[in-house]
Every structure is written in C-alpha cells, then in structure tokens.
Design a protein around this ligand. Structure first.
Ligand code: PLP
Length: 378
C-alpha cells in the first residue's frame, strides 16, 4: 500500500536538508547531532506540524526543574498521578485512562489491538495517516472513504463500509488535514450503526480549538457505545509536542486491551510533570485557544479579503486552495524559510498551514501573496 510521506518523515527530510545547508560540518556523524531541535530553530518559521508556538505555560515549566532532579528514578508515581488527574478531569474511573508517548502511541495501541491480517481499517481520505501506517504494520486491509464535498467525514458511507471483518474505524474529529468536524448528533447516530465487533477510534487531538456548538466529544458516548476509544493529546493546545504525552479514554475492558499493547513506563518524568502542572493551570487552555483561534480568524479574514478559497477550520491549521500542485509551492515557501504542511495526494492543490504567532502568520501571508498570486489560486 502506498502512503504519502508522513509528517515526521517530511519534517525530518526538510530539517535534514536545511540542517545540512545551514550547518556544514566536515564530521559526517556529528553533523546530525549538531542540528538544532525544532524548538531551537530561529531562522525558519515552522508552520508544518500543527504545533503550538507558545509552548508550555511558565507554571508548567517550573515543574521541569523538579523532574530533572528526580530523573534518576522511574516515573511510576507520577504516572499514577497523571492518570488520576485526567480521570477526574473527565469524570471517569482511573482504569479507563491509558497513557501514551503522545497520542500517536494510543493510535498505535488501537491499531495493534484491533487490527490483524483478516481485520480491516476504515478511514476517511484524506485524514491523519498514523493509523493507516499501523494498519500496514498489522497487514490489514484499509478501506478509504473519501470526504464529502464539504470536506467532512462521510459517515453514511463509512457505516455502509462496515462488516464483520471491520476491526477499526478511525474518525479524526476535527479532521487533519481539513480542520472540519462531525457534529455530536451525527457521530452518535453513526456509532449506533457500527457493528459492536468493530472498535471506533475517535481522535480528538484538536478538540480544544473547536467552537462550533454542534460538536461534542465522544468521551460522553462511551457509556452507550463501549466499543469507542477516544485519543487525546498534550501536544496541541497544551504546547507539549516535544514532551510526547497523550492518552486514551475507553471502557475499562477496552482500556485493559490497549494497555496490553503499551510498553512499560511509556511516558517520561518530564512529560508527566508538565502535563500534571498543565492540568492544574486554569488559564492555559482558554488563553491558547483565544490566541490561536484569533490568529486563525485573522488569517481567514485576510484570505477572504484577497478572494482566496480555504476550508473553514475548527483547528490550529487551515487548508488553502492554491490552484495547482502544492509540491513546488512547499519548496518555494521553504526557500523563503517558511515550512508549511506536506502534500496530501487527494487534496494536491491545497496547502495546509499551521497557525503560528500573529507575526509568523503574517509572514506566511506575505509569502503566500508573493508565491501564489491570487489568479493562480482561483
Ligand atoms: N492525531 C492527529 C489528528 C494529529 O494531527 C496528530 C499530530 O499532528 C496526532 C494525532 C499525534 O499527536 P501526538 O502524537 O503528538 O499526540
């Protein structure tokens, strides 16, 4: 099965290419270690991975020093504390929470728990590719269901595609790369149609950005549909992408199945400490939502003013129509030291840009006006 280049491979190849250009070194092996971490990059604008440019809050970062001093020990007690905090945050029992090294780890656990050579994956096209690559690992068939004309999951066709062989149904809500949502009522109606032998994995990585009142988290649906697993992450609104903390919420039985696929101590002390501190900070989520959603609204107003098409987004990224193959445009942005999202083959004339700070986003807009003249994007 052919996949488009994943986010990490793409970022890695861009970083390697730029790193090699920017940091010439006669010492082959040490050159890689001299490359700056993404968080240290100052000579490029990173709008390619839907990260949060503001990072963790100052109060959360205080916890990092304490974690450093305790780093000689395994993180067990903090794992229990984070699980307990997440459980009370969602009002569910602790045995329904599974921690992961990022939510990608939860997607992996779902893939290896519920997929196998005879059991298929149903997913939208395009969507976040991680689960599709895990289906490759488990040698499962993948059934891709194109999005509707307005770039949403086609839940009717996804339900119709389910049969006794279906192992996993992936609903990315909001969807990456389109930023669109499925509403709470249609989602619940869909869950009622999926056979109970299939697991529905609802990926809510961008949950906190959504303002549309039709949207509801699927966590509240698990009691009625115990075959639902919800994946959440600290990478986006909490600004912790580099610390790799995510979690799953499921029924106790499904959570136990997922845990069976987890590696021991899969979340490190630094990530656990900052995640715990982040959950205690009541300002963090509303502040980041306001900052990033306001900047997204500002960008979209400029796109409207310029008469450009884009997909209305409920997330910290936007898909903009560029009227032709996006691949050379991605390279043109890179030449301007702006990294934008990778190409999604089924939306090959759309460019995904992550929302950065207002200044970063303004720089992107200026480059867009130069690289993609309005008439070319029509
Ligand atoms: N799910 C979606 C929809 C994403 O877009 C991403 C990252 O971009 C992830 C999951 C993985 O996030 P992480 O592993 O950092 O939690």
């Amino acid at each position: 099965m052919a996949f488009s280049m994943s986010r990490r491979r793409f970022a890695g190849s861009v970083g390697a290419a730029l790193g090699a250009a920017l940091l010439p070194s006669p010492f082959g092996a040490s050159r890689a270690s001299a490359a700056p971490a993404r968080g240290e990059i100052r000579d490029r604008i990173l709008l390619d991975a839907n990260e949060n440019p503001y990072g963790p809050s100052a109060s959360a970062l205080d916890a990092l020093g304490r974690a450093g001093r305790a780093a000689g020990r395994y993180p067990g007690a903090l794992e229990e504390e984070l699980r307990s905090k997440i459980a009370s945050h969602h009002g569910v029992a602790e045995d329904r929470i599974v921690l992961g090294c990022g939510s990608s780890d939860i997607l992996r656990m779902a893939g290896t728990s519920f997929l196998s050579p005879g059991r298929s994956l149903i997913a939208a096209e395009p969507t976040f590719e991680a689960v599709l690559s895990y289906a490759g690992v488990t040698h499962s068939e993948t059934i891709k269901v194109p999005l509707t004309a307005d770039h949403r999951h086609d839940l009717d066709r996804m339900a119709a595609a389910c049969d006794a062989q279906t192992g996993l149904v992936y609903v990315c809500n909001p969807n990456n790369p389109t930023g669109t949502i499925v509403g709470g009522d249609p989602l619940e109606a869909f869950l009622a149609k999926v056979p109970s032998t299939a697991t529905v994995l609802v990926d809510e990585a961008y949950h906190h950005f959504v303002e549309n009142p039709a949207y509801r988290t699927a966590i509240g649906m698990i009691d009625r549909h115990p075959n639902v697993v919800v994946a959440r992450t600290f990478s986006k609104i909490y600004g912790m992408a580099g610390l790799r903390v995510g979690y799953g919420v499921a029924s106790a039985a499904y959570a136990a199945t997922l845990k069976g696929q987890a590696s021991w101590d899969n979340v490190n002390l630094a990530g656990l400490s900052i995640a715990i501190a982040s959950l205690k900070d009541p300002e963090l989520v509303p502040k980041n939502r306001r900052l990033l959603n306001d900047t997204r609204r500002w960008l979209c107003a400029q796109l409207d003013r310029d008469g450009r098409r884009y997909i209305p987004s409920e997330t910290n990224f936007v898909m903009i129509h560029v009227g032709g193959d996006v691949a050379p445009l991605i390279r043109a942005f890179r030449d301007q030291r702006i990294q934008v999202g990778r190409k999604f083959p089924s939306l090959s004339d759309w460019l995904r840009v992550s929302i950065g700070t207002r200044e970063e986003t303004a720089s992107f807009l200026t480059a867009l006006q130069r690289i993609v003249p309005k008439r070319a994007a029509a």
